[in-house]
Design a protein around this ligand. Structure first.
Ligand SMILES: [Zn+2]
Length: 478
Protein backbone atom coordinates (compact mmCIF):
# COMPACT_ATOMS: atom_id res chain seq x y z
CA UNK A 1 0.00 0.00 0.00
CA UNK A 2 1.30 3.41 -0.89
CA UNK A 3 1.57 6.04 1.84
CA UNK A 4 -0.10 9.32 1.07
CA UNK A 5 3.06 11.47 1.34
CA UNK A 6 1.49 14.41 -0.53
CA UNK A 7 -1.39 14.88 1.88
CA UNK A 8 0.90 14.37 4.94
CA UNK A 9 3.21 17.10 3.68
CA UNK A 10 0.21 19.36 3.03
CA UNK A 11 -1.05 18.90 6.59
CA UNK A 12 2.39 19.58 8.05
CA UNK A 13 2.71 22.75 5.97
CA UNK A 14 -0.71 23.89 7.14
CA UNK A 15 0.28 23.28 10.77
CA UNK A 16 3.54 25.21 10.29
CA UNK A 17 1.64 28.14 8.78
CA UNK A 18 -0.86 28.18 11.67
CA UNK A 19 1.93 28.04 14.26
CA UNK A 20 3.87 30.79 12.46
CA UNK A 21 0.77 33.01 12.47
CA UNK A 22 0.31 32.47 16.24
CA UNK A 23 4.04 33.15 16.78
CA UNK A 24 3.78 36.43 14.84
CA UNK A 25 0.76 37.41 16.87
CA UNK A 26 2.50 36.71 20.17
CA UNK A 27 5.60 38.64 19.07
CA UNK A 28 3.41 41.58 18.08
CA UNK A 29 1.80 41.56 21.53
CA UNK A 30 5.20 41.37 23.27
CA UNK A 31 6.49 44.26 21.18
CA UNK A 32 3.45 46.41 22.01
CA UNK A 33 3.74 45.57 25.74
CA UNK A 34 7.48 46.36 25.66
CA UNK A 35 6.71 49.78 24.21
CA UNK A 36 3.99 50.34 26.83
CA UNK A 37 6.35 49.38 29.65
CA UNK A 38 9.01 51.66 28.23
CA UNK A 39 6.60 54.61 28.26
CA UNK A 40 5.57 53.86 31.88
CA UNK A 41 9.23 53.64 32.99
CA UNK A 42 10.06 56.91 31.25
CA UNK A 43 7.12 58.66 32.93
CA UNK A 44 8.12 57.31 36.34
CA UNK A 45 11.69 58.48 35.90
CA UNK A 46 10.50 61.93 34.89
CA UNK A 47 8.31 62.20 38.00
CA UNK A 48 11.09 61.29 40.39
CA UNK A 49 12.78 64.64 40.37
CA UNK A 50 13.18 65.16 44.10
CA UNK A 51 16.58 64.07 45.13
CA UNK A 52 17.73 63.36 48.61
CA UNK A 53 21.25 64.15 49.63
CA UNK A 54 23.16 61.08 50.62
CA UNK A 55 23.53 61.00 54.35
CA UNK A 56 27.06 62.24 54.28
CA UNK A 57 29.31 64.47 56.36
CA UNK A 58 30.46 66.19 53.20
CA UNK A 59 27.50 68.42 52.34
CA UNK A 60 29.26 69.66 49.19
CA UNK A 61 29.38 66.18 47.67
CA UNK A 62 27.78 66.07 44.24
CA UNK A 63 26.90 62.41 44.70
CA UNK A 64 23.15 62.30 45.20
CA UNK A 65 20.66 59.50 45.61
CA UNK A 66 17.49 59.71 43.61
CA UNK A 67 14.19 58.57 45.15
CA UNK A 68 14.29 55.43 43.05
CA UNK A 69 17.53 54.46 44.74
CA UNK A 70 19.98 55.14 41.88
CA UNK A 71 22.96 57.44 42.17
CA UNK A 72 23.45 60.57 40.13
CA UNK A 73 27.12 61.13 39.47
CA UNK A 74 26.73 64.61 38.01
CA UNK A 75 26.80 63.56 34.37
CA UNK A 76 23.31 62.13 34.03
CA UNK A 77 24.37 58.51 33.55
CA UNK A 78 22.71 56.11 35.98
CA UNK A 79 24.55 53.01 37.25
CA UNK A 80 23.03 50.65 34.70
CA UNK A 81 23.95 53.05 31.91
CA UNK A 82 27.53 53.28 33.13
CA UNK A 83 27.73 49.49 32.98
CA UNK A 84 25.94 49.18 29.63
CA UNK A 85 28.12 51.77 27.88
CA UNK A 86 31.31 51.14 29.87
CA UNK A 87 33.40 50.14 26.84
CA UNK A 88 32.57 53.46 25.19
CA UNK A 89 33.12 55.46 28.39
CA UNK A 90 36.61 53.96 28.61
CA UNK A 91 37.59 55.68 25.35
CA UNK A 92 39.40 58.87 26.39
CA UNK A 93 38.28 60.74 23.27
CA UNK A 94 34.64 59.73 23.75
CA UNK A 95 34.14 59.22 27.48
CA UNK A 96 31.30 60.37 29.69
CA UNK A 97 30.77 63.60 27.78
CA UNK A 98 30.44 61.84 24.41
CA UNK A 99 27.95 59.38 25.89
CA UNK A 100 25.95 62.12 27.61
CA UNK A 101 25.73 64.03 24.32
CA UNK A 102 24.60 60.88 22.53
CA UNK A 103 21.87 60.20 25.10
CA UNK A 104 20.50 63.69 24.56
CA UNK A 105 20.51 63.40 20.76
CA UNK A 106 17.90 62.24 18.28
CA UNK A 107 18.48 60.61 14.88
CA UNK A 108 15.96 60.04 12.09
CA UNK A 109 16.64 57.05 9.83
CA UNK A 110 14.74 57.22 6.53
CA UNK A 111 14.50 53.69 5.16
CA UNK A 112 14.70 50.46 7.18
CA UNK A 113 16.33 48.49 4.37
CA UNK A 114 19.90 47.47 3.54
CA UNK A 115 21.52 50.67 4.84
CA UNK A 116 19.02 51.40 7.60
CA UNK A 117 19.25 47.91 9.13
CA UNK A 118 22.84 48.03 10.45
CA UNK A 119 22.63 51.78 11.08
CA UNK A 120 19.58 51.34 13.33
CA UNK A 121 21.07 48.39 15.22
CA UNK A 122 24.21 50.36 16.10
CA UNK A 123 22.38 53.59 16.92
CA UNK A 124 20.08 51.74 19.32
CA UNK A 125 22.94 49.75 20.84
CA UNK A 126 25.20 52.75 21.45
CA UNK A 127 22.54 54.78 23.22
CA UNK A 128 21.21 57.53 20.95
CA UNK A 129 18.39 59.05 23.03
CA UNK A 130 15.61 58.96 20.44
CA UNK A 131 15.51 57.19 17.09
CA UNK A 132 12.84 57.74 14.44
CA UNK A 133 12.32 55.11 11.73
CA UNK A 134 10.43 56.00 8.53
CA UNK A 135 9.41 53.35 6.00
CA UNK A 136 6.14 52.30 4.39
CA UNK A 137 7.28 48.93 3.05
CA UNK A 138 6.78 45.42 4.35
CA UNK A 139 9.48 42.78 4.91
CA UNK A 140 9.95 40.36 2.00
CA UNK A 141 11.95 37.15 1.79
CA UNK A 142 14.34 38.63 -0.81
CA UNK A 143 15.20 41.48 1.62
CA UNK A 144 16.68 39.26 4.29
CA UNK A 145 20.13 38.71 2.73
CA UNK A 146 20.98 42.35 3.39
CA UNK A 147 18.32 43.88 5.64
CA UNK A 148 19.68 42.15 8.70
CA UNK A 149 17.44 43.87 11.23
CA UNK A 150 14.48 41.82 9.94
CA UNK A 151 13.85 38.12 10.53
CA UNK A 152 11.70 35.49 8.84
CA UNK A 153 8.96 35.87 11.44
CA UNK A 154 8.33 39.41 10.16
CA UNK A 155 7.85 38.56 6.47
CA UNK A 156 4.74 40.37 5.25
CA UNK A 157 4.74 42.78 8.20
CA UNK A 158 5.79 46.42 8.43
CA UNK A 159 9.54 47.05 8.25
CA UNK A 160 9.17 49.82 10.82
CA UNK A 161 7.43 47.49 13.27
CA UNK A 162 10.11 44.85 12.74
CA UNK A 163 13.04 47.28 13.04
CA UNK A 164 11.53 48.94 16.13
CA UNK A 165 11.11 45.57 17.86
CA UNK A 166 14.75 44.67 17.09
CA UNK A 167 16.02 48.03 18.42
CA UNK A 168 13.94 47.69 21.62
CA UNK A 169 15.21 44.15 22.10
CA UNK A 170 18.80 45.44 22.05
CA UNK A 171 18.24 48.55 24.15
CA UNK A 172 14.95 49.15 25.95
CA UNK A 173 16.18 52.51 27.30
CA UNK A 174 16.18 54.15 23.87
CA UNK A 175 12.99 55.83 22.67
CA UNK A 176 11.96 54.43 19.29
CA UNK A 177 9.46 56.36 17.18
CA UNK A 178 7.64 54.30 14.53
CA UNK A 179 6.67 56.18 11.38
CA UNK A 180 4.93 53.73 9.04
CA UNK A 181 4.49 56.14 6.17
CA UNK A 182 6.10 57.15 2.92
CA UNK A 183 8.47 60.13 3.22
CA UNK A 184 7.00 62.87 0.99
CA UNK A 185 7.08 66.69 0.75
CA UNK A 186 3.72 66.72 2.55
CA UNK A 187 5.08 65.18 5.78
CA UNK A 188 8.87 65.64 5.47
CA UNK A 189 9.22 68.97 7.29
CA UNK A 190 7.04 67.92 10.23
CA UNK A 191 8.99 64.69 10.64
CA UNK A 192 12.56 66.01 10.21
CA UNK A 193 11.95 69.03 12.46
CA UNK A 194 11.80 66.75 15.50
CA UNK A 195 15.32 65.31 15.04
CA UNK A 196 18.91 66.56 15.31
CA UNK A 197 20.44 64.40 12.58
CA UNK A 198 19.06 62.66 9.48
CA UNK A 199 20.34 59.44 7.91
CA UNK A 200 19.36 58.94 4.27
CA UNK A 201 19.06 55.17 3.92
CA UNK A 202 16.87 55.25 0.81
CA UNK A 203 17.87 53.94 -2.60
CA UNK A 204 16.44 56.31 -5.19
CA UNK A 205 17.25 59.68 -6.71
CA UNK A 206 14.01 61.64 -6.02
CA UNK A 207 14.23 60.72 -2.31
CA UNK A 208 17.87 61.85 -2.20
CA UNK A 209 17.00 65.33 -3.48
CA UNK A 210 13.91 65.57 -1.30
CA UNK A 211 15.74 64.56 1.89
CA UNK A 212 18.65 66.87 1.06
CA UNK A 213 16.40 69.87 0.45
CA UNK A 214 14.39 69.21 3.60
CA UNK A 215 17.59 69.04 5.68
CA UNK A 216 18.86 72.28 4.11
CA UNK A 217 15.56 74.08 4.82
CA UNK A 218 15.62 72.95 8.46
CA UNK A 219 19.40 73.17 8.95
CA UNK A 220 19.92 69.49 9.83
CA UNK A 221 23.11 67.53 9.11
CA UNK A 222 22.49 64.71 6.62
CA UNK A 223 24.41 61.43 6.68
CA UNK A 224 24.13 60.16 3.12
CA UNK A 225 25.00 56.63 2.04
CA UNK A 226 24.53 54.57 -1.10
CA UNK A 227 25.30 50.97 -2.05
CA UNK A 228 24.75 49.15 -5.31
CA UNK A 229 26.25 45.99 -6.67
CA UNK A 230 29.68 45.75 -5.11
CA UNK A 231 30.31 49.44 -4.46
CA UNK A 232 29.26 51.97 -1.89
CA UNK A 233 29.77 55.60 -0.95
CA UNK A 234 29.26 57.83 2.05
CA UNK A 235 29.45 61.50 2.99
CA UNK A 236 27.96 64.06 5.40
CA UNK A 237 26.03 66.94 3.80
CA UNK A 238 24.90 70.28 5.14
CA UNK A 239 27.21 70.17 8.14
CA UNK A 240 29.21 73.12 9.52
CA UNK A 241 29.12 75.13 6.28
CA UNK A 242 29.94 72.12 4.12
CA UNK A 243 28.21 71.33 0.81
CA UNK A 244 24.77 69.82 0.35
CA UNK A 245 23.83 67.13 -2.17
CA UNK A 246 22.66 69.75 -4.68
CA UNK A 247 25.97 71.64 -4.44
CA UNK A 248 27.58 68.51 -5.89
CA UNK A 249 24.75 67.38 -8.16
CA UNK A 250 22.76 70.45 -9.26
CA UNK A 251 21.04 68.45 -12.01
CA UNK A 252 19.73 64.91 -11.60
CA UNK A 253 21.58 62.11 -13.41
CA UNK A 254 19.99 60.74 -16.61
CA UNK A 255 17.34 58.18 -15.76
CA UNK A 256 19.35 55.46 -17.52
CA UNK A 257 22.10 55.91 -14.91
CA UNK A 258 19.69 55.35 -12.02
CA UNK A 259 19.66 51.75 -10.96
CA UNK A 260 18.04 50.02 -8.06
CA UNK A 261 19.05 46.87 -6.18
CA UNK A 262 15.93 45.10 -7.51
CA UNK A 263 17.32 45.37 -11.04
CA UNK A 264 21.09 45.49 -10.66
CA UNK A 265 21.62 43.33 -7.61
CA UNK A 266 23.67 43.99 -4.50
CA UNK A 267 25.88 41.82 -2.30
CA UNK A 268 24.27 41.99 1.15
CA UNK A 269 27.35 42.96 3.10
CA UNK A 270 28.03 46.05 0.92
CA UNK A 271 25.08 48.13 2.23
CA UNK A 272 25.97 46.55 5.60
CA UNK A 273 29.41 48.21 5.52
CA UNK A 274 28.02 51.58 4.38
CA UNK A 275 25.12 51.45 6.89
CA UNK A 276 27.59 50.84 9.74
CA UNK A 277 29.65 53.81 8.57
CA UNK A 278 26.50 55.96 8.45
CA UNK A 279 25.82 55.04 12.09
CA UNK A 280 29.43 55.96 12.90
CA UNK A 281 29.15 59.39 11.26
CA UNK A 282 25.82 60.04 13.03
CA UNK A 283 27.42 59.08 16.37
CA UNK A 284 30.36 61.44 15.68
CA UNK A 285 28.04 64.35 14.85
CA UNK A 286 25.73 63.61 17.80
CA UNK A 287 28.50 63.24 20.38
CA UNK A 288 30.69 66.09 19.05
CA UNK A 289 33.56 63.65 18.77
CA UNK A 290 35.97 63.27 15.84
CA UNK A 291 35.86 64.78 12.41
CA UNK A 292 32.66 64.03 10.48
CA UNK A 293 33.05 63.20 6.79
CA UNK A 294 31.94 66.60 5.46
CA UNK A 295 33.51 67.93 2.25
CA UNK A 296 34.94 64.47 1.69
CA UNK A 297 33.46 61.31 0.24
CA UNK A 298 34.28 57.74 1.15
CA UNK A 299 34.26 55.28 -1.76
CA UNK A 300 34.10 51.55 -1.07
CA UNK A 301 35.06 48.98 -3.69
CA UNK A 302 34.16 45.57 -2.25
CA UNK A 303 35.76 43.47 -5.01
CA UNK A 304 39.11 45.22 -4.77
CA UNK A 305 38.82 45.48 -0.96
CA UNK A 306 39.55 49.19 -1.19
CA UNK A 307 38.33 52.17 0.81
CA UNK A 308 39.27 55.59 -0.53
CA UNK A 309 38.41 59.06 0.70
CA UNK A 310 38.29 61.82 -1.90
CA UNK A 311 37.90 65.53 -1.34
CA UNK A 312 34.68 66.88 -2.83
CA UNK A 313 33.80 70.45 -3.78
CA UNK A 314 32.77 72.87 -1.05
CA UNK A 315 29.45 74.63 -0.71
CA UNK A 316 28.33 76.27 -3.96
CA UNK A 317 27.15 79.87 -3.71
CA UNK A 318 24.91 79.19 -6.71
CA UNK A 319 23.30 76.08 -5.16
CA UNK A 320 19.53 76.16 -5.55
CA UNK A 321 19.04 74.71 -2.09
CA UNK A 322 21.73 76.26 0.13
CA UNK A 323 23.19 79.02 -2.12
CA UNK A 324 23.63 82.60 -0.98
CA UNK A 325 20.84 84.13 -3.05
CA UNK A 326 18.42 81.30 -3.48
CA UNK A 327 18.05 79.70 -0.07
CA UNK A 328 15.09 77.36 -0.24
CA UNK A 329 12.07 78.14 1.95
CA UNK A 330 9.62 75.69 3.53
CA UNK A 331 6.86 76.84 1.16
CA UNK A 332 9.06 76.34 -1.90
CA UNK A 333 10.12 72.91 -0.66
CA UNK A 334 6.49 71.76 -0.33
CA UNK A 335 5.84 72.83 -3.92
CA UNK A 336 8.65 70.82 -5.55
CA UNK A 337 7.62 67.69 -7.45
CA UNK A 338 10.70 65.49 -7.07
CA UNK A 339 9.42 62.85 -9.48
CA UNK A 340 9.16 65.43 -12.26
CA UNK A 341 12.47 67.07 -11.30
CA UNK A 342 14.39 63.78 -11.46
CA UNK A 343 12.22 62.08 -14.12
CA UNK A 344 12.14 59.09 -11.79
CA UNK A 345 9.27 57.52 -9.90
CA UNK A 346 9.31 57.40 -6.10
CA UNK A 347 7.33 54.19 -6.26
CA UNK A 348 9.17 50.89 -6.10
CA UNK A 349 6.56 49.28 -8.35
CA UNK A 350 8.38 48.46 -11.59
CA UNK A 351 7.53 50.39 -14.72
CA UNK A 352 5.03 48.70 -17.07
CA UNK A 353 5.58 49.75 -20.68
CA UNK A 354 2.92 49.40 -23.33
CA UNK A 355 4.73 49.65 -26.66
CA UNK A 356 2.91 47.13 -28.84
CA UNK A 357 -0.55 46.69 -30.39
CA UNK A 358 -2.76 44.13 -28.62
CA UNK A 359 -2.35 41.66 -31.52
CA UNK A 360 1.40 41.49 -30.94
CA UNK A 361 1.08 40.40 -27.33
CA UNK A 362 -0.17 37.27 -25.58
CA UNK A 363 -0.68 36.52 -21.91
CA UNK A 364 1.42 33.92 -20.13
CA UNK A 365 -1.70 31.75 -19.72
CA UNK A 366 -2.36 31.88 -23.45
CA UNK A 367 1.25 30.97 -24.17
CA UNK A 368 0.90 28.01 -21.82
CA UNK A 369 -2.23 26.83 -23.69
CA UNK A 370 -0.38 27.02 -27.00
CA UNK A 371 2.53 25.00 -25.59
CA UNK A 372 0.12 22.36 -24.26
CA UNK A 373 -1.58 22.15 -27.67
CA UNK A 374 1.85 21.42 -29.14
CA UNK A 375 2.14 24.57 -31.23
CA UNK A 376 5.46 24.62 -33.08
CA UNK A 377 7.25 27.78 -31.96
CA UNK A 378 10.51 29.46 -31.01
CA UNK A 379 10.81 31.19 -27.62
CA UNK A 380 13.50 33.85 -27.29
CA UNK A 381 14.44 35.01 -23.78
CA UNK A 382 16.04 38.47 -24.00
CA UNK A 383 17.23 38.76 -20.40
CA UNK A 384 20.96 39.10 -19.59
CA UNK A 385 22.81 35.76 -19.53
CA UNK A 386 23.34 35.84 -15.75
CA UNK A 387 19.58 36.22 -15.25
CA UNK A 388 18.94 33.32 -17.65
CA UNK A 389 21.26 31.15 -15.55
CA UNK A 390 19.10 31.74 -12.46
CA UNK A 391 15.97 30.29 -14.05
CA UNK A 392 14.43 29.93 -17.52
CA UNK A 393 11.57 28.28 -19.38
CA UNK A 394 12.33 24.97 -21.12
CA UNK A 395 13.54 25.12 -24.75
CA UNK A 396 13.97 28.90 -24.73
CA UNK A 397 16.92 30.49 -26.51
CA UNK A 398 18.78 33.18 -24.59
CA UNK A 399 19.63 36.20 -26.72
CA UNK A 400 20.13 39.24 -24.44
CA UNK A 401 18.47 42.39 -25.80
CA UNK A 402 21.73 44.30 -26.49
CA UNK A 403 23.01 41.45 -28.70
CA UNK A 404 19.71 40.91 -30.56
CA UNK A 405 20.84 42.74 -33.68
CA UNK A 406 24.03 40.71 -34.03
CA UNK A 407 22.31 37.40 -33.32
CA UNK A 408 19.28 37.67 -35.63
CA UNK A 409 20.61 34.79 -37.80
CA UNK A 410 20.20 32.46 -34.78
CA UNK A 411 16.50 33.29 -34.64
CA UNK A 412 16.15 32.76 -38.39
CA UNK A 413 17.80 29.35 -38.26
CA UNK A 414 15.74 28.31 -35.20
CA UNK A 415 12.57 29.18 -37.12
CA UNK A 416 13.76 27.35 -40.22
CA UNK A 417 14.75 24.24 -38.24
CA UNK A 418 11.27 23.98 -36.72
CA UNK A 419 9.46 24.59 -40.00
CA UNK A 420 8.51 21.24 -41.62
CA UNK A 421 8.10 22.91 -45.00
CA UNK A 422 11.71 24.11 -44.62
CA UNK A 423 10.51 27.51 -45.66
CA UNK A 424 13.70 29.50 -45.37
CA UNK A 425 11.84 32.76 -44.88
CA UNK A 426 11.83 34.63 -41.54
CA UNK A 427 8.09 34.98 -42.12
CA UNK A 428 7.51 31.22 -41.72
CA UNK A 429 4.49 29.58 -40.11
CA UNK A 430 6.45 28.89 -36.96
CA UNK A 431 5.40 31.22 -34.15
CA UNK A 432 7.97 33.43 -32.52
CA UNK A 433 7.56 34.51 -28.89
CA UNK A 434 9.76 36.77 -26.82
CA UNK A 435 9.97 36.80 -23.04
CA UNK A 436 11.94 38.71 -20.39
CA UNK A 437 11.71 39.24 -16.63
CA UNK A 438 8.78 41.69 -16.42
CA UNK A 439 7.63 42.23 -20.00
CA UNK A 440 9.33 45.54 -20.88
CA UNK A 441 12.49 44.41 -22.71
CA UNK A 442 10.47 41.73 -24.54
CA UNK A 443 8.32 44.52 -26.04
CA UNK A 444 11.40 46.46 -27.09
CA UNK A 445 12.73 43.27 -28.70
CA UNK A 446 9.45 42.58 -30.54
CA UNK A 447 9.39 46.17 -31.82
CA UNK A 448 12.86 45.65 -33.27
CA UNK A 449 12.01 42.19 -34.67
CA UNK A 450 8.95 43.61 -36.46
CA UNK A 451 11.16 46.28 -37.97
CA UNK A 452 13.56 43.59 -39.19
CA UNK A 453 10.78 41.59 -40.88
CA UNK A 454 9.89 39.05 -38.16
CA UNK A 455 6.27 40.15 -38.40
CA UNK A 456 4.83 37.24 -36.36
CA UNK A 457 6.94 38.00 -33.27
CA UNK A 458 4.84 38.35 -30.11
CA UNK A 459 5.67 39.48 -26.61
CA UNK A 460 4.57 37.50 -23.54
CA UNK A 461 2.83 40.07 -21.34
CA UNK A 462 4.40 40.54 -17.90
CA UNK A 463 7.29 38.17 -18.65
CA UNK A 464 8.44 35.42 -16.31
CA UNK A 465 6.91 37.24 -13.34
CA UNK A 466 3.46 36.78 -14.83
CA UNK A 467 4.32 33.16 -15.70
CA UNK A 468 5.13 32.57 -12.01
CA UNK A 469 2.05 34.49 -10.89
CA UNK A 470 -0.57 33.20 -13.33
CA UNK A 471 0.68 29.85 -14.61
CA UNK A 472 3.18 28.13 -12.34
CA UNK A 473 3.34 29.29 -8.70
CA UNK A 474 6.39 27.04 -8.18
CA UNK A 475 8.38 28.88 -10.84
CA UNK A 476 11.06 30.89 -8.97
CA UNK A 477 10.95 34.68 -8.99
CA UNK A 478 13.85 36.92 -8.09
ZN1 LIG B 1 23.87 73.21 -1.69
Amino acid sequence: MESDGGSDAYEIRQKIETLKASKNDIERQISALDAQLQRINNNENNHIKTKEKVNSNDSSSSLTLENNGSFDFGHGLASDMIYRYSRQLLLPSFGVQGQANLLKSSVLVIGAGGLGSPALLYLAACGVGRIGIVDHDVVELNNLHRQIIHGEAYIGRSKVESAAAACRAINSTVEIVELKEAFRTTNALDIVRKYDIVIDATDNVPSRYMINDCCVVLGKPLISGAALGLEGQLTVYNYNGGPCYRCLFPTPPPTTACQRCADSGVLGVVPGVIGCLQALEAIKVASYVGEPLSGRMLLFDALAGRLRIVKIRGRSLQCEACGENEALTEEQFREIDYEIFTQTSLSTVPLKLNLLPVGSRISSKEYRERVVKGEVHVLVDVRPAHHYKIVSLPKSINIPLPSLEARLPEITSALVNKDDSKNASIDSNVSLYVICRRGNDSQRAVQYLHKMGFSSAKDIIGGLESWAHDVDPNFPTY
